[in-house]
Design a protein around this ligand. Structure first.
Ligand code: NAP
Length: 347
């Protein structure tokens, strides 16, 4: 992007969870988008303290977080588990930093907006201290549904997700690699072997829905500001390394013109159409991995004039996580919410 570099400020940035798969991607995306970083500090679990890592910003040492001496960062990205996010997110926000969190801990908190910049950047105001990044399937889903909702008024949808092993972090990628090499390897990260398998249950929940399905439902409703939208969701883990896909069947209040719907999606920010199935051109995890846009294809009428079916693939580590977080920071910079002197007076 590069536009933010022209704003003329440079920020002191911290990343918690920097040794994880999202944290590492975040460092790369900050550099690729020329995000204006003056100092970059990397944090992880106590076990990683003192390790030197090669980054696009040079060799950096993983630092230890100390709650009695919270560093003065203007911007902190968190790419760690919920408990870590809660503990440090609140402390850094009190210290005056703006915190952009990738975990699910803040996603249902009224004080923390849940943001996909292409969809609801307008909910960000300059007083927000903690901003939540949605789930890695919710982000591409709402990026596709939002422009269609604007045109045809969404009435409800069914979505089935096909989620890669990197959605479970670096351990998920290691588990798939190990199982592919060794037919006798016991499952580690997942409840069953994931090699040559699919698992129709991601994350625990007591309601009959998996945790991942609940996130897709609740977060989509919040981001689209449609709190009672009927959503039927099934989330499935598949033996793909990077890239989540979704089969979506959506119903609308207004009649859908397929040609126009295709144009709307084609023009939508952050979306690229790959839609020529007769020539075997459609989105797949393999062509989504490494890209920042949401790929949409297989667009077709579903059942009657008020419905549409389509297929999405997106890189869960980029648009599903790191890129979305950096885009939020870019909006904050453009709004001048970032780049001001640190305000340590926020209670
Ligand atoms: N992977 C995805 O596609 C994806 C997408 C959207 C959201 N997310 C969310 O993003 C977060 C990170 O996911 P990930 O996939 O990057 O996981 P990951 O690869 O397992 O990385 C976890 C990171 O958290 C760090 N960490 C663990 N305990 C910590 C502690 N006590 N204090 C500070 N750091 C600690 C780890 O450090 P060590 O290396 O030292 O253990 C590591 O850097 C999670 O909340 C996840 O749900 C992931």
């Amino acid at each position: 992007m590069g536009d933010v570099a022209k704003i003329g400020v440079r920020l002191n940035v911290g990343i918690i969870g920097a040794t994880g798969i999202v944290g590492k991607t975040l460092v790369r995306v900050l550099r690729e988008r020329e995000f204006p970083v003056s100092d970059l500090h990397l944090y992880a679990s106590p076990e990683s303290e003192g390790k030197w890592v090669e980054t696009p910003f040079g060799q950096l040492c993983i630092e230890r977080l100390n709650k009695r001496k919270i560093p003065n960062h203007e911007l902190v990205f968190i790419a760690a588990d919920n408990d870590t996010a809660r503990f440090w997110g609140i402390r850094f926000a009190h210290r005056g930093a703006i915190v952009i969190d990738k975990s699910s801990y803040f996603r249902n908190k009224a004080y923390a907006p849940l943001v996909v910049p292409e969809v609801n950047a307008d909910v960000l105001d300059n007083h927000h201290r903690i901003i939540a990044n949605p789930n890695c399937t919710t982000i591409p889903l709402v990026t596709a549904l939002s422009p269609l909702n604007g045109a045809y008024k969404l009435k409800g949808f069914t979505a089935v997700s096909f989620q890669s092993v990197s959605g479970a972090g670096k351990d998920g990628m290691i588990a798939l690699g190990r199982e592919l090499e060794d037919d006798n390897a016991e499952p580690t990260t997942f409840p069953h072997r994931i090699a040559y398998n699919v698992i129709p249950w991601i994350g625990s929940n007591s309601s009959g829905f998996s945790g991942e399905e609940k996130k897709m439902i609740n977060e989509t409703r919040r981001i689209l500001a449609l709190p009672r939208l009927p959503i039927r969701a099934t989330s499935v883990r598949v033996p793909v390394l990077i890239g989540h896909s979704l089969a979506v069947h959506a119903d609308f209040k207004l009649s859908v013109n397929i040609k126009r719907a295709r144009e709307i999606l084609d023009e939508a920010p952050g979306v690229t159409l790959i839609d020529d199935p007769e020539n075997n051109q459609y989105p797949m995890p393999l062509n989504a991995a490494g890209r920042d846009d949401v790929l949409i294809g297989r667009i077709r009428r579903d059942r009657g004039r008020h419905s549409l079916a389509f297929w999405i693939s997106a890189d869960n580590l980029r648009k599903g996580a790191a890129t979305n977080a950096v885009q939020i920071a870019e909006v904050l910079l453009a709004n001048k919410a970032l780049g001001k002197p640190l305000d340590n007076s926020i209670p």
